[in-house]
Design a protein around this ligand. Structure first.
Ligand SMILES: NC(=O)c1ccc[n+]([C@@H]2O[C@H](COP(=O)([O-])OP(=O)(O)OC[C@H]3O[C@@H](n4cnc5c(N)ncnc54)[C@H](OP(=O)(O)O)[C@@H]3O)[C@@H](O)[C@H]2O)c1
Length: 338
């Protein structure tokens, strides 16, 4: 495992981090104990960065990270996020989760069926000083810690970023020692450019993959130039880049059939490039993100034990050659994100 400076902060992190959005959900077959073991096992393999959020799996993701590392707190970097208020139905779901989970498994219910029942239960966003003050305490409790290394706004709308009311609250949390650094997990690439104006901002999190290269135009170079840490996420395009193409239904790729068909062609083109280069699609996707100048940590959306070994093997692979880089950046014209 290689380690990198986290921008111009005092933190150092493994070059890949564990993206914790997929752990602890109602439909995940693994038990709590298995997920805690999965987190600890990736740490044993050298991963020191864990990215979670208060709203992931109704708080369960933060709880699992807390459970896994409260005895080893100073050896990991914990990044979490705030800004989504859970609707009442989802909060209720969280309380009944331990009882409902075995029932769902027994009845073989699928995610879509239960989510249909929650339709209308849309999370509202809140970045007000009062909300930040309460959200941070709840995250600290779930994470079983007295400080958060990187506290991030979760998909803030651009107006919130421009107004900047949250800055004073976050700077206060830093002075109080509850937060070491603050950052923004950006919904859109251009949002990163807006938040770079705040001197105390330490990190930005942006989507970056061979199919979503827009962050390379301005967000990543400008953040790197300023010494802002860059967290690259969705390097496997949330699994589209690695799943079997012939098994992907169009509606799994995109709700818009026309766009889905276009994306499927792009995925097929990417598969051909990887084959031509003699690399697996996962390896190529990972190496592409790791090679970008200024990226401090690349998140991996791990949810199962068997994903750890191949990912760490893909890390050992040689970096991309100039020809491989060229092939991938030429495919930029066909970016999945408009
Ligand atoms: N707005 C935000 O702040 C935001 C939004 C999205 C994500 N994130 C962060 O980014 C993290 C990653 O997001 P993500 O999970 O959507 O994207 P991702 O890492 O691009 O995709 C994860 C998927 O890739 C596949 N995969 C993982 N490891 C693999 C391997 N070694 N070989 C082949 N396939 C592999 C798996 O698909 P299968 O399930 O098919 O195996 C997995 O579900 C999240 O956990 C979260 O921390 C933040």
């Amino acid at each position: 495992m290689q380690y990198r400076r986290f921008g111009s902060t005092d933190l150092t992190t493994s070059e890949v981090g564990f993206g914790c959005a997929r752990i602890g959900g109602l439909f995940q077959g693994s038990s709590r104990a298995e997920l805690v073991t999965l987190l600890r096992r990736t740490f044993d393999q050298g991963v020191t960065f864990f990215d979670t959020a208060d709203m992931y799996t109704q708080g369960e993701s933060e709880r699992l990270v807390g459970e896994a590392f409260h005895h080893n707190r100073d050896r990991v970097v914990i990044a979490t996020k705030f800004g989504y208020r859970s609707p009442a139905q989802k909060r209720l779901l969280n309380h009944v989760k331990p009882f409902v989970k075995p029932l769902i498994a027994r009845l073989g219910l699928k995610s879509q069926q239960v989510h249909a029942g929650l339709r209308g239960a849309v999370s509202q966003q809140d970045f007000s000083p009062a909300y930040i003050a309460s959200a941070v305490e709840a995250s600290l409790r779930r994470l079983k810690t007295d400080y958060i290394d990187v506290y991030q706004l979760h998909d803030p709308p651009v107006e919130v970023l421009e107004h900047g009311e949250f800055v004073e609250s976050l700077e206060l949390l830093v002075r109080q020692g509850k937060v070491r650094h603050w950052g923004v997990a950006c919904h859109r690439q251009d949002d990163a450019l807006v938040c770079l104006r705040y001197p105390s901002l330490a990190s930005v999190q942006v989507g970056l993959s061979v199919l979503e290269q827009a962050a390379l135009d301005a967000a990543i170079p400008r953040a790197a130039e300023r010494g802002t840490a860059i967290i690259a996420r969705q390097v496997f395009a949330s699994g589209l880049l690695t799943r079997r193409l012939d098994a992907l239904r169009l509606d799994e790729i995109d709700a818009d059939p026309e766009l889905a068909a276009r994306k499927r062609d792009q995925l097929a083109a990417y598969a051909s490039i990887a084959e031509h280069c003699g690399r697996s699609r996962a390896e190529m996707a990972l190496q592409f993100a790791l090679a970008r100048h200024g990226v401090s940590v690349v998140l991996l959306g791990i949810s199962r034990d068997e994903q750890v070994e191949p990912t760490l093997r893909a890390l050992q692979a040689p970096g991309l050659s100039a020809e491989e880089q060229q092939l991938l950046t030429a495919s930029r014209r066909t970016s999945l994100v408009d």
